[in-house]
Design a binder for this molecule. Sequence first.
Ligand code: AMP
Ligand code: ZN
Length: 456
Amino acid sequence: MTLSLYDTYTRSLREFEPLNPPEVGLYTCGPTVYNYAHIGNMRTYIFGDLLKRALVLNGYKVKHVMNITDVGHLVSDGDQGEDKMELSARRTGKSAWELAEFYTAAFKEDMARLNITEPTIWCRATEHIREQIEMVQCIETNGYTYRTGDGIYFDTSKLDDYGYLARLDVEGLRAGARVAVGEKRNPTDFALWKFSPEDQQRQMEWDSPWGVGFPGWHIECSAMSAKYLGSYFDIHCGGEDHINVHHTNEIAQTQACYGTRLANFWLHAYFLNVDSGRMGKSAGNFLRVQELIDRGYDPLAYRYLCLGAHYRSHLTFSWDALDAATTGLDRLRELVYGWGVPGQISEEWMDTFTAFVNEDLNIARATAVAWELTRSDLSDADKKATMLKFDEVLGLRLGEWAPAAVPVEMVELAERREAARKAKQWAEADALRDQITEAGYEVRDTPEGPVVRKLE
Ligand code: AMP
Ligand code: ZN
């Protein structure tokens, strides 16, 4: 069975073949750590995780690299405005370094809560300044740069196919650029290295051949991915907003330096929306994983919700949808728990499941197969083994779930009730059941006998 993936670069579904099988190099653009990540950001990382798990299902060995952007991401994509980290530091009175530490830890905690596996390699922009400077030097040597009063810029007009990834109308943009582009030669040009402002002391700055300053945002991903995965690797992914600027510029830099388009496949996850539009850190309409927990939800119910929408379609968040996801996940967990000890994996069911996963990650349909499995005529033991294998992709931790422990007194009451029922002492049996309910538990009669559980 072959995996096909939608590649934004060619705008087509392509069969995936690793460049150096069985290894697969995967790079995911990581968070900018000036604030908490929201559940929209996390949808994109859940997508990256599903992709990685799908690659593993296909027998590949994935080397996954994720960066932490702790410098250089400016408030505006047009290289204007302040660095998000420095701005946040000024607002909070904390140092940019402390903030980066704090929000990186918070991000990793959210990943763990959503069962997103950690990358093989984490890399921080501030720990790779030398590599970024070297790459800018390479681009400079090849003749693609110029200097302005505030930095070293990439001259996008020097590349014939600049903007191909995004199918940018470069000529149209140039003609339509009514606002002054400052000292930039073309509206699409971008900073590779910015000089520290003269009137302001930056917390994060470094020496360079061009003067004291800091790297532009895009160069970190080109430099670090090339360092760890090579200058042409298998898959690069991120959110849909990265197509027009960030990934377009990553490709331009790599073309100028190494003559490659950096990755064989470019994959993009669509946004999580709320009624008012896109969920965004700056829009202020965002929800964090912690807020879901505070409202009594299991973060994995959010993961389950994300499984229901294809990564190339928008998903609108609502509490009703999260409630429905919670019910579905709870039901699945109870079923899997009730199936007891795992038996044999069914190859036939695995093939059906894998076929959907391999259709450009049709995880929603693959999840539907998981539900069909629950209703199939396989033995409970084989259902369990097969479902746990599915869960290596779905990542719902189905095998780890167990009903909350029930106190002995409740079990004793249930046993007395069962004895009363068998003796046809109905009034006594009902009274015992009421006692159990009043204590916040319920007793359910199943084919295997009565089961006591805590009421939600
Ligand atoms: P940032 O930390 O802002 O650099 O964003 C981290 C990742 O989240 C990037 O891949 C973005 O494309 C992605 N992202 C931002 N907003 C959303 C959203 N509303 N839904 C899904 N992904 C998003
Ligand atoms: Zn990036």
